[in-house]
Ligand binder design. Structure first.
Ligand code: UDP
Length: 236
Protein backbone atom coordinates (compact mmCIF):
# COMPACT_ATOMS: atom_id res chain seq x y z
CA UNK A 1 0.00 0.00 0.00
CA UNK A 2 1.33 3.42 -0.95
CA UNK A 3 1.10 6.41 1.33
CA UNK A 4 0.47 8.69 -1.68
CA UNK A 5 -1.56 8.42 -4.89
CA UNK A 6 0.18 11.10 -6.94
CA UNK A 7 3.69 12.40 -6.34
CA UNK A 8 5.89 15.11 -7.73
CA UNK A 9 9.45 13.81 -7.58
CA UNK A 10 12.20 16.43 -7.70
CA UNK A 11 15.61 15.16 -8.72
CA UNK A 12 18.64 17.41 -8.68
CA UNK A 13 20.79 17.61 -11.76
CA UNK A 14 23.83 17.53 -9.52
CA UNK A 15 22.96 14.06 -8.20
CA UNK A 16 22.75 12.81 -11.77
CA UNK A 17 26.46 13.43 -12.34
CA UNK A 18 27.37 10.87 -9.67
CA UNK A 19 31.10 10.89 -8.98
CA UNK A 20 31.98 12.35 -12.37
CA UNK A 21 31.92 16.07 -11.56
CA UNK A 22 30.01 16.94 -14.74
CA UNK A 23 27.28 15.60 -17.02
CA UNK A 24 25.33 12.39 -16.69
CA UNK A 25 26.58 9.29 -14.90
CA UNK A 26 24.80 6.46 -16.75
CA UNK A 27 24.91 4.20 -13.70
CA UNK A 28 23.21 6.82 -11.54
CA UNK A 29 20.68 7.46 -14.31
CA UNK A 30 19.91 3.75 -14.52
CA UNK A 31 19.63 3.51 -10.73
CA UNK A 32 17.11 6.38 -10.68
CA UNK A 33 15.15 4.84 -13.56
CA UNK A 34 14.94 1.47 -11.81
CA UNK A 35 13.74 3.09 -8.57
CA UNK A 36 11.12 5.05 -10.51
CA UNK A 37 10.00 1.92 -12.37
CA UNK A 38 9.61 0.04 -9.07
CA UNK A 39 7.55 2.91 -7.65
CA UNK A 40 5.50 3.08 -10.86
CA UNK A 41 4.81 -0.68 -10.66
CA UNK A 42 3.07 -0.10 -7.31
CA UNK A 43 0.49 2.08 -9.07
CA UNK A 44 1.51 5.51 -7.78
CA UNK A 45 1.17 8.36 -10.31
CA UNK A 46 4.56 9.97 -10.91
CA UNK A 47 5.45 13.40 -12.26
CA UNK A 48 9.12 14.36 -12.21
CA UNK A 49 11.02 17.64 -12.31
CA UNK A 50 14.74 17.35 -12.82
CA UNK A 51 17.35 20.06 -12.36
CA UNK A 52 20.24 20.99 -14.62
CA UNK A 53 23.06 21.78 -12.20
CA UNK A 54 25.17 18.90 -13.55
CA UNK A 55 25.43 20.82 -16.83
CA UNK A 56 24.84 24.55 -16.28
CA UNK A 57 23.47 27.00 -13.72
CA UNK A 58 22.63 30.55 -14.83
CA UNK A 59 23.93 32.16 -11.66
CA UNK A 60 27.34 30.50 -11.89
CA UNK A 61 27.70 31.86 -15.43
CA UNK A 62 27.30 35.48 -14.28
CA UNK A 63 30.78 35.61 -12.73
CA UNK A 64 32.20 34.31 -16.00
CA UNK A 65 30.68 37.08 -18.13
CA UNK A 66 27.43 35.38 -19.14
CA UNK A 67 24.24 37.39 -19.37
CA UNK A 68 22.00 36.15 -16.52
CA UNK A 69 18.91 35.58 -18.64
CA UNK A 70 20.84 33.73 -21.33
CA UNK A 71 22.62 31.75 -18.63
CA UNK A 72 19.28 30.77 -17.10
CA UNK A 73 18.01 29.78 -20.53
CA UNK A 74 21.10 27.57 -20.85
CA UNK A 75 20.25 26.10 -17.45
CA UNK A 76 16.71 25.38 -18.62
CA UNK A 77 18.10 23.67 -21.73
CA UNK A 78 20.23 21.57 -19.37
CA UNK A 79 17.05 20.36 -17.64
CA UNK A 80 15.74 19.29 -21.04
CA UNK A 81 18.87 17.21 -21.67
CA UNK A 82 18.44 15.52 -18.29
CA UNK A 83 14.70 15.00 -18.86
CA UNK A 84 15.33 13.35 -22.22
CA UNK A 85 18.00 11.12 -20.67
CA UNK A 86 15.64 10.04 -17.89
CA UNK A 87 12.73 9.43 -20.28
CA UNK A 88 15.03 7.34 -22.43
CA UNK A 89 16.25 5.32 -19.43
CA UNK A 90 12.64 4.75 -18.31
CA UNK A 91 11.60 3.78 -21.83
CA UNK A 92 14.38 1.17 -21.90
CA UNK A 93 12.78 -0.37 -18.78
CA UNK A 94 9.36 -0.42 -20.43
CA UNK A 95 7.95 2.62 -18.61
CA UNK A 96 6.20 5.10 -20.88
CA UNK A 97 7.38 8.62 -20.01
CA UNK A 98 6.38 11.92 -21.63
CA UNK A 99 8.61 14.99 -21.56
CA UNK A 100 6.50 18.14 -21.26
CA UNK A 101 8.45 21.38 -21.67
CA UNK A 102 7.60 24.77 -20.17
CA UNK A 103 9.08 26.37 -23.31
CA UNK A 104 7.83 25.34 -26.72
CA UNK A 105 10.27 22.97 -28.44
CA UNK A 106 8.30 20.32 -30.26
CA UNK A 107 9.24 17.65 -31.27
CA UNK A 108 11.71 17.40 -28.38
CA UNK A 109 8.84 17.55 -25.92
CA UNK A 110 5.20 18.48 -25.83
CA UNK A 111 4.35 21.99 -24.61
CA UNK A 112 3.33 21.63 -20.94
CA UNK A 113 -0.20 22.12 -19.76
CA UNK A 114 -1.76 20.91 -16.54
CA UNK A 115 -4.58 18.92 -18.08
CA UNK A 116 -2.35 17.07 -20.52
CA UNK A 117 -0.03 16.17 -17.63
CA UNK A 118 -2.95 14.85 -15.56
CA UNK A 119 -4.33 12.94 -18.54
CA UNK A 120 -1.00 11.10 -18.93
CA UNK A 121 -0.80 10.44 -15.18
CA UNK A 122 -4.34 9.05 -15.12
CA UNK A 123 -3.51 6.70 -17.97
CA UNK A 124 -0.57 5.37 -15.96
CA UNK A 125 2.32 7.08 -17.76
CA UNK A 126 5.17 8.99 -16.14
CA UNK A 127 5.36 12.74 -16.85
CA UNK A 128 8.68 14.59 -16.84
CA UNK A 129 8.32 18.37 -16.65
CA UNK A 130 11.33 20.07 -18.23
CA UNK A 131 12.58 23.71 -18.25
CA UNK A 132 11.54 24.36 -14.62
CA UNK A 133 9.07 27.24 -14.64
CA UNK A 134 10.11 28.34 -18.15
CA UNK A 135 11.30 31.74 -16.82
CA UNK A 136 14.73 32.99 -15.78
CA UNK A 137 15.58 33.89 -12.17
CA UNK A 138 13.79 30.76 -10.93
CA UNK A 139 15.10 27.34 -10.01
CA UNK A 140 13.85 23.84 -10.61
CA UNK A 141 12.85 23.69 -6.92
CA UNK A 142 10.34 26.42 -7.70
CA UNK A 143 9.47 24.59 -10.92
CA UNK A 144 8.69 21.50 -8.82
CA UNK A 145 6.55 23.33 -6.31
CA UNK A 146 4.66 24.97 -9.17
CA UNK A 147 4.09 21.72 -11.04
CA UNK A 148 3.33 19.81 -7.85
CA UNK A 149 0.61 22.31 -6.93
CA UNK A 150 -0.77 22.46 -10.48
CA UNK A 151 -1.10 18.71 -10.93
CA UNK A 152 -2.55 18.39 -7.42
CA UNK A 153 0.16 16.08 -6.15
CA UNK A 154 -0.20 14.73 -2.62
CA UNK A 155 3.43 15.53 -1.85
CA UNK A 156 6.65 16.81 -3.34
CA UNK A 157 9.37 14.22 -2.80
CA UNK A 158 12.71 15.97 -2.93
CA UNK A 159 15.37 13.40 -3.66
CA UNK A 160 18.80 14.63 -2.56
CA UNK A 161 22.12 13.12 -1.54
CA UNK A 162 21.52 13.71 2.19
CA UNK A 163 18.89 11.84 4.14
CA UNK A 164 16.82 14.80 5.27
CA UNK A 165 16.96 18.28 6.75
CA UNK A 166 19.58 18.97 9.43
CA UNK A 167 20.18 21.79 11.89
CA UNK A 168 23.39 22.49 9.91
CA UNK A 169 25.14 21.01 6.87
CA UNK A 170 25.96 17.44 8.01
CA UNK A 171 28.79 17.25 5.47
CA UNK A 172 30.53 20.15 7.30
CA UNK A 173 29.24 19.99 10.89
CA UNK A 174 29.39 16.57 12.61
CA UNK A 175 27.14 17.82 15.46
CA UNK A 176 24.28 18.57 13.04
CA UNK A 177 20.97 16.97 14.07
CA UNK A 178 18.35 15.65 11.68
CA UNK A 179 14.67 16.66 11.82
CA UNK A 180 12.04 13.93 11.35
CA UNK A 181 9.58 16.67 10.59
CA UNK A 182 9.62 20.46 10.51
CA UNK A 183 7.23 23.29 9.65
CA UNK A 184 7.74 25.67 6.72
CA UNK A 185 8.02 28.55 9.23
CA UNK A 186 10.76 26.78 11.21
CA UNK A 187 12.77 26.48 8.01
CA UNK A 188 12.57 30.27 7.59
CA UNK A 189 13.29 30.96 11.24
CA UNK A 190 16.41 28.81 11.24
CA UNK A 191 17.49 29.98 7.77
CA UNK A 192 17.84 26.36 6.62
CA UNK A 193 18.90 25.88 3.02
CA UNK A 194 16.50 23.13 2.05
CA UNK A 195 15.14 24.70 -1.09
CA UNK A 196 15.03 28.29 -2.27
CA UNK A 197 12.60 30.49 -0.36
CA UNK A 198 10.28 31.04 -3.33
CA UNK A 199 9.72 27.30 -3.63
CA UNK A 200 9.15 26.86 0.12
CA UNK A 201 6.74 29.83 0.18
CA UNK A 202 4.71 28.40 -2.70
CA UNK A 203 4.43 25.03 -0.98
CA UNK A 204 3.39 26.70 2.28
CA UNK A 205 0.78 28.95 0.69
CA UNK A 206 -0.75 26.12 -1.30
CA UNK A 207 -0.45 23.38 1.32
CA UNK A 208 1.88 21.08 -0.62
CA UNK A 209 3.91 19.02 1.88
CA UNK A 210 7.53 18.24 1.06
CA UNK A 211 9.44 15.08 1.94
CA UNK A 212 13.23 15.35 1.75
CA UNK A 213 15.11 12.06 1.49
CA UNK A 214 18.27 10.47 0.11
CA UNK A 215 17.45 9.27 -3.39
CA UNK A 216 21.00 8.08 -3.99
CA UNK A 217 20.52 5.14 -1.63
CA UNK A 218 18.93 2.40 -3.72
CA UNK A 219 15.39 1.45 -2.64
CA UNK A 220 14.72 4.67 -0.73
CA UNK A 221 11.99 5.90 -3.09
CA UNK A 222 9.99 2.72 -2.42
CA UNK A 223 10.62 3.12 1.33
CA UNK A 224 9.24 6.66 1.30
CA UNK A 225 6.16 5.51 -0.62
CA UNK A 226 5.57 2.76 1.97
CA UNK A 227 5.66 5.45 4.66
CA UNK A 228 8.98 4.48 6.26
CA UNK A 229 10.31 7.49 8.21
CA UNK A 230 13.71 7.76 6.52
CA UNK A 231 13.75 11.49 5.68
CA UNK A 232 12.25 14.79 6.83
CA UNK A 233 8.61 15.78 6.39
CA UNK A 234 7.91 19.49 5.86
CA UNK A 235 4.40 20.67 6.62
CA UNK A 236 2.32 23.55 8.05
N1 UDP B 1 16.37 27.65 -14.41
C1 UDP B 1 15.65 28.80 -14.71
N2 UDP B 1 14.29 28.82 -14.44
C2 UDP B 1 13.64 27.76 -13.89
C3 UDP B 1 14.39 26.60 -13.58
C4 UDP B 1 15.75 26.57 -13.85
O1 UDP B 1 16.18 29.78 -15.19
O2 UDP B 1 12.42 27.85 -13.67
C5 UDP B 1 17.81 27.61 -14.75
C6 UDP B 1 18.70 28.27 -13.72
O3 UDP B 1 19.79 28.87 -14.38
C7 UDP B 1 19.17 27.08 -12.90
C8 UDP B 1 19.35 26.02 -13.96
O4 UDP B 1 18.24 26.25 -14.84
O5 UDP B 1 20.39 27.34 -12.24
C9 UDP B 1 19.34 24.59 -13.49
O6 UDP B 1 18.35 24.37 -12.51
P1 UDP B 1 18.71 24.13 -10.96
O7 UDP B 1 19.85 24.99 -10.54
O8 UDP B 1 17.45 24.27 -10.19
O9 UDP B 1 19.16 22.62 -11.00
P2 UDP B 1 19.59 21.63 -9.80
O10 UDP B 1 20.23 22.47 -8.73
O11 UDP B 1 18.35 20.99 -9.28
O12 UDP B 1 20.50 20.65 -10.46
Amino acid sequence: MNKFNRILLKLSGESLMGEQGYGIDVNRLHDYAVQIKEAHDTGVQIAIVIGGGNIFRGLSGVGKGFDRVKGDQMGMCATVINSLALSSALGALGVKAHVLTAIRMEPIGEFYNKWRAIQYLNQGDVVICACGTGSPYFTTDTGSSLRGIEIEADVMLKGTRVDGIYTADPEKDPSARKFDDISYDEIYRRGLKVMDLTATAMCKENGLPIYVFNMDKYGNLARVLRGEPIGTYVHR
